[in-house]
Design a protein. Structure first.
Ligand code: JHZ
Ligand code: ZN
Length: 401
């Protein structure tokens, strides 16, 4: 019997509901001669029996996770750039209206949000261990010590923001301790991450990979905030990255929760979102999608069709490795990220080629690994369908368009 896994927040037992078995690090694109040194771990998910937080059973050592040269760039998507610009403008109109406001971002990636705030004359700072963007960076993990250092030089923060990062921090206690140090008395902590409700609704199981340690729900985030002396003040559903929630957290007693919090809580209860039966049914759907997708790819290849993949996403690591999709079925994947070119997808070893290769010549079918950017990519690649090409999607079910 393996040692019982415990909730990273409240230490109660985790009830496991799905096991993807041996999986690599989703962003560890490997050099063609480096496939002998890949790191693998058991990718499995469970729910805390007490606080209902859905999370990975095992996590990877943090030094392996967000390393120097991390290949993801949010600004590679025009939709995401617009999303962060609009978020910045919203903060400027609502939370950053005092005499000399200050905004901090944890894990700022390309720095679009802070850059937009900076252009409006707002003091800003990114906090991340390996930041290399264009904005001012405090190079550290966000915790009580780095928060105290920032407080000493810049004063309290009106907004601490984080996108696609909090769900990947295995130990959240230091984050909340840092917030307690740095947030102004009326300040807010706003973070956005994939929503378990959307993942279940669309059977988007490729959101499950090493970097996504937590799969938040309103119920679990409310409990999390209260545990550390904060209150969940607002929730807002976001269409980006396949469906997320933006959570607004304030110091206890400083904000009255908006009706949206109670509404989404009620919806989660009604859906039985954190019932084990629901999560186990999700597991059966995952197996069904694997069976259908693999059968479709084999059939198309047997019929003599060419297939390429589009978007060497972190998410596709789970799809490719769990479904056993390698270069024999899908000989290459096109992607705009220069750091991924000439490398192989982790574990599944599909060569990554520049996006320009896609049209040279077009494959008959394109497996859209970056399905969360479908609208943007299909618009950009309109000529592919016009030339007779077809997209293969596996979210919310396997289909060809
Ligand atoms: P995209 C990463 O996940 C990891 P990934 C991380 N854990 C996370 O949560 C999200 O980001 C936010 C390419 N592309 O956004 C670029 C094109 O080729 O789905 C990227 O490699 N052409 C932090 O990797 C990939 O697809 C295009 O037109 O799953 C998209 O990756 C566009 C728009 C993208 O995130
Ligand atoms: Zn728990």
């Amino acid at each position: 019997m393996p040692a019982m896994s415990r909730c990273r927040v409240c230490q109660h037992a985790l009830l496991e509901f799905f096991d993807f078995e041996r999986q690599p690090l989703s962003s560890a694109f490997v050099a063609p001669d480096g496939t002998d040194d890949e790191f693998f771990f058991r990718l499995a998910v469970g729910m805390c029996e007490s606080c209902a937080l859905v999370q990975l059973i095992e996590s990877v050592p943090p030094e392996l996770a967000h390393h120097e040269g991390y290949p993801y760039h949010s600004a590679g998507s025009s939709v995401m750039t617009k999303h962060f610009e609009e978020t910045a403008r919203r903060f400027i109109e609502t939370e950053l209206t005092g005499p000399d406001p200050f905004v901090v971002e944890i894990g700022a990636n390309d720095g679009v949000l802070l850059h937009t705030c900076g252009e409006a004359g707002i003091r800003h700072l990114a906090v991340e261990p390996s930041g290399a963007g264009t904005v001012r960076v405090h190079r550290a993990f966000f915790d009580a010590a780095s928060a105290a250092a920032i407080l000493a030089t810049d004063g309290p923060a009106d907004v601490v923001y984080s996108a696609n990062t909090i769900c990947s921090v295995p130990d959240l206690r230091p984050v909340f301790e840092g917030l307690d140090v740095l947030l102004a008395s009326d300040g807010v902590f706003v973070f956005e991450d994939p929503y378990l409700g959307e993942i279940l609704e669309r059977t988007a199981f490729d959101q499950i990979y090493d970097e996504h340690v937590f799969f938040f729900t309103v119920r679990a985030v409310q409990a999390l905030a209260e545990r550390f002396g904060f209150v969940l003040a607002d929730v807002e559903r976001l269409p980006v990255h396949g469906g997320q929630i933006r959570y607004t957290v304030a110091r206890a007693g400083r904000r009255t929760p908006t009706p949206a919090v109670a509404e989404l809580l009620a919806e989660e209860r009604e859906l039985g979102l954190t019932d084990m039966a629901t999560l186990e049914a999700f597991g059966r759907k995952i197996q069904g999608i694997r069976t259908e997708l693999v059968a479709l790819l084999h059939r198309l290849r047997a019929e003599g069709h060419t297939i390429a993949a589009y978007g060497a996403t972190a998410k596709s690591s789970t799809i490719a490795n769990y479904c056993g999709i390698g270069p024999d079925l899908v000989p290459y994947v096109c992607d705009t990220t220069p750091a991924k070119h000439g490398r192989l997808t982790p574990g599944s070893h599909i060569p990554v080629r520049p996006a320009a290769v896609f049209a040279d010549p077009y494959p008959d079918y394109a497996l859209l690994f970056a399905w969360n950017h479908a609208e943007e990519i299909m618009a950009k690649e309109r000529a592919f369908r016009e030339a007779g090409g077809r997209w293969i999607l596996y979210v919310p079910h396997v289909h060809v368009v």
